[in-house]
Design a protein around this ligand. Sequence first.
Ligand code: ADP
Length: 255
Amino acid sequence: QFSGTLDINRKDEIGQLAKSFQLMTRKLSENDRIRKEFISDVSHDFQSPLLNIKGYAELLLDDKLTEDSRKSYANVIQSETERLSSLTKQLLLLTSLDQLSSPLEKKTFDLDMQLKETVRKFRWLLEEKEMTLEMDLEEVRFTGDPAFLEKVWENLLSNALKYTEIGGAIEVVLTEQPDHVTVLIQDNGIGIDEEGLERIFDRFYRADDSRTQETGGTGLGLSIVMQVVKLHGGTINAVSRKGQGTTFTVMFPKL
Ligand code: ADP
């Protein structure tokens, strides 16, 4: 007779079934918790720029405004709008990466060329911050999704630039080993403390000092990086020292 609860300590198939149901339930409620947390983070991150836009738009309606205040209020509205737009784009990308079926469109291409092209996009920013960037790239043919991988390099490079002071230096190294490919992106910037290092790949995490620096980030860049690297069967690791710099190492197994 069925009693309503199954004994997970039973040694037979029913026991095994009960055990896997228990695991499934645990996993589901864990997913539920993560989802709720995610939604609350998203809402919070949308709320603050929206409030700023609303507030500054109201201030702009004042007839007696000086030209300077008018400009500075409009600037806030513009940068907060950009923030919302990049937040939306990154969230859409993360959601597409989260779909269970792999969205990857793999091709075989020159990884060194891709890194060079991506670095090129940052030339003007490097010049603006009077930074140097050194590249040491082996020629590597690689099979993966070029569009998503480009996002990885873009996010890592833009962080290296954002979190490094004027005059700093970045190094990009690509090497090929018999069974894997390694990309290293190193900066001599502000660095990350131990507590931060444990959380930088979490969605929406931003170290306190980078928040106050008003770098305009969303805290989603590294989550996207991690997700894309994982979908390629790779690993990413960060080594950092506060005030000295950070090194991200991405490793992909060769197929
Ligand atoms: P965002 O840059 O939009 O804040 P990310 O997910 O890309 O979000 O990074 C999360 C946090 O990790 C950043 O806010 C920053 O505190 C820290 N971080 C990432 N890359 C670096 C780096 N190269 N140097 C120092 N801190 C970094």
